[in-house]
Design a protein around this ligand. Structure first.
Ligand code: FES
Length: 221
């Protein structure tokens, strides 16, 4: 049986003065110390978020990026290409600007003896001519099997890896596929020094180690 005569617990006053808090003022419901502490914690949280959220965005952004190229361009029949030397082709990477969007790429067939496992899902190697130092157009020299940049002496080896000079990472590539015996080229992608694939970055953006998190992807470049 419940005790009807039991007293209900006394409710605490919401005013700091009634609760006997030292230094309380008449009519205050929160002490100034607590108010200042709350304000400082909130400001600290906002400052931390200002640094942490962009970094988190860069780190997690690639997970949500589309990896399948949106557009494919025909660059010729399979017979035009070998697996031991590059053939130049011109594609349009910004169709909206017409002729100005055209660029040269260097194409060869994927060769497991040279390429190993790196990007073995790509039937062809289609290398961009944009230097990864400041973006000058590089030229492939067949005699030395090197890509040479005329601007500041950047040199890339046969796979497009940096061989010498100031470039910070291998030459970008384009996705490739074969349809009805013809080679097609898709969107651009970037690579780190191990030829691991990344969404496109600007020239001079490093992609090794922690650097990969400091540079945002720019799929439209
Ligand atoms: S732009 Fe190619 S080495 Fe500087």
């Amino acid at each position: 049986m419940s005790d009807r005569n039991a007293k209900s617990p006394e409710r605490k006053s919401r005013y700091t003065k009634d609760r006997g808090i030292p230094g309380a003022f008449e009519g205050e419901t929160i002490t100034r110390r607590r108010f200042m502490t709350g304000t400082a914690v909130a400001a600290g949280g906002i400052a931390t978020a200002a640094f942490a959220l962009p970094a988190l965005g860069f780190a997690l952004g690639p997970i949500f990026e589309r990896t399948e190229p949106s557009r494919w361009q025909d660059i010729g029949p399979e017979e035009d290409f070998s697996d031991n030397d590059y053939v130049p082709r011109v594609i349009n990477i910004v169709p909206e600007v017409g002729e100005a969007g055209r660029t040269t790429i260097y194409v060869r067939r994927y060769n497991p003896r040279i390429d190993g496992d790196a990007n073995s899902d790509q039937p062809y190697v289609a290398i961009s001519n944009r230097c990864m130092h400041l973006g000058c157009p590089v030229r492939y020299v067949s005699a030395s099997q090197r890509f040479i940049c005329p601007c500041h002496g950047g040199v890339y080896d046969f796979q497009g890896k940096v061989f010498g000079g100031p470039p910070v990472r291998p030459l970008d590539r384009f996705y490739t596929r074969v349809r009805n015996g013809r080679v097609e080229v898709g969107d651009r992608f970037s690579l780190n020094s191990k030829l691991e694939r990344f969404s496109p970055r600007d020239p001079s953006n490093h992609l090794d180690g922690l650097w990969q998190y400091l540079y945002p992807s720019r799929p439209t470049i």
